[in-house]
Design a protein around this ligand. Structure first.
Ligand code: PLP
Length: 361
């Protein structure tokens, strides 16, 4: 009944979202444990009236204007999306047709696979290098129509340097380089400045993580005006609601609130990394709001399930080289204490048992 490619493909599986009233410590989808700014609440209430009869601004003007002020870029270089997932969808739709090539390093955000399969594009998957390093040479050699770099990357949390990304952008010439910076506010550096210098670079951000607005669905895409104009052709006319536009504009105006929450998350991240390492996990230094805790050669699926039974949600990726890892979002100190209380007794017997086989990757 549908296109064969769609019938054949596996659906994207989002992390579990608890039902209302379910009491779980939720450390599985990298949300922010702290609320959005009080100003955001006021902006939402102010918008929730008679104006809702009217369609919203097609280009989310107030939100884009606030982004232009915060990031120091002209409005013509900014596109607003219903979450960065929508912006990624627009990008894949506009850039890739049947048989076109899209390249990225694996493991990474698995939505890229889904979006490529919808387009019937060919995925060029290149393994991450040692210590999760960006395989710059291999990606450049491919010269795919679209290259995607997730930095900081999920699920390992490590970031590529802006210098390496600038080299990659140059090497890709007229082919597109999209840099997914969903977690950039938790990192020490970012690559946003590259959009000024490179006509082929697109940077994506989200308000779901650092700005505590996953439920509002707000994303931003930065690129030079000709790329923005082309992407607009595949955009839904009114992709952001009036409420989302108001909330997004206020959240960006209150960026100081976001930065304070990011600092709190980073402090809890440092303490959590140290504690996980003491327990015997290998933890790559994270530049994001989650950590990847690995026990080489041990399948962490049963530990993830046992944590779930004890009321703690974390993420496990059974079909990846990170089967031996848990991805743990950084919560409040109290949430992390609950995690460790549940995790420590589960891990002791796993460490005592001999690993079944060596981990790859
Ligand atoms: C790497 C990456 N990009 C994009 C997104 C999607 O963000 P949004 O909530 O803005 O759609 C996520 C969400 O987890 C992510 O991990």
């Amino acid at each position: 009944m549908f296109r064969e490619a769609i019938e054949r493909m596996a659906p994207y599986t989002p992390g579990e979202q608890p039902r209302p009233g379910q009491r779980l410590v939720k450390l599985n989808t990298n949300e922010n444990p702290y609320p959005p700014s009080p100003g955001v609440r006021r902006a939402i209430i102010a918008e929730a009236g008679a104006s809702l009869r009217l369609y919203p601004a097609p280009r989310a003007d107030a939100f884009v204007a606030a982004a232009a002020r915060l990031y120091g870029l002209p409005r013509g270089m900014i596109l607003a999306g219903n979450g960065s997932d929508e912006l990624l969808t627009m990008l894949f739709r506009a850039a890739l047709g049947h048989g076109d090539r899209v390249a990225y390093a694996l493991p990474t955000y698995s939505l890229y696979d889904t979006l490529a399969e919808i387009q019937e594009a060919r995925i060029v998957a290149i393994p991450l290098g040692l210590d999760f390093a960006l395989p710059l040479e291999a990606l450049a050699a491919e010269q795919a129509q679209l290259t995607v770099v997730c930095s900081p990357n999920s699920p390992c949390g490590t970031a590529a340097s802006p210098e390496a990304l600038a080299v990659l952008a140059r090497r890709l010439g007229r082919n597109l380089l999209a840099i997914d910076e969903a977690y950039a506010d938790f990192a020490e550096t970012n690559a946003l400045a590259l959009v000024r210098r490179h006509r082929n670079v697109i940077v994506l951000r989200t308000l779901s993580k650092s700005f505590s607005l996953a439920g509002m669905r707000l994303g931003l895409l930065f690129a030079q005006p000709p790329l923005i104009e082309t992407l607009l052709k595949v955009k839904d006319s009114y992709n952001l609601s009036r409420i989302a536009v108001a909330a997004g504009a206020q959240a960006l105006a209150d960026a100081g609130w976001m930065r304070r929450n990011v600092e709190r998350v980073k402090r809890t991240r440092a303490a959590s990394e140290e504690r996980l390492r003491k327990m015997g996990f290998t933890v790559p230094p994270s530049s994001s709001n989650f950590v990847l805790a690995r026990l080489a050669g041990r399948d962490m699926g049963p530990v993830c399930a046992a944590l779930r039974r004890r009321g703690v949600l974390v993420r496990h990726f059974p079909n990846s080289v990170f089967r031996d890892a848990l991805r743990i979002s950084i919560g409040t100190p109290a949430e992390m204490a609950a995690l460790f209380k549940a995790l420590e007794p589960l891990i002791k017997p796993v460490i005592a048992a001999r690993p079944r086989r060596r981990a790859r990757g």
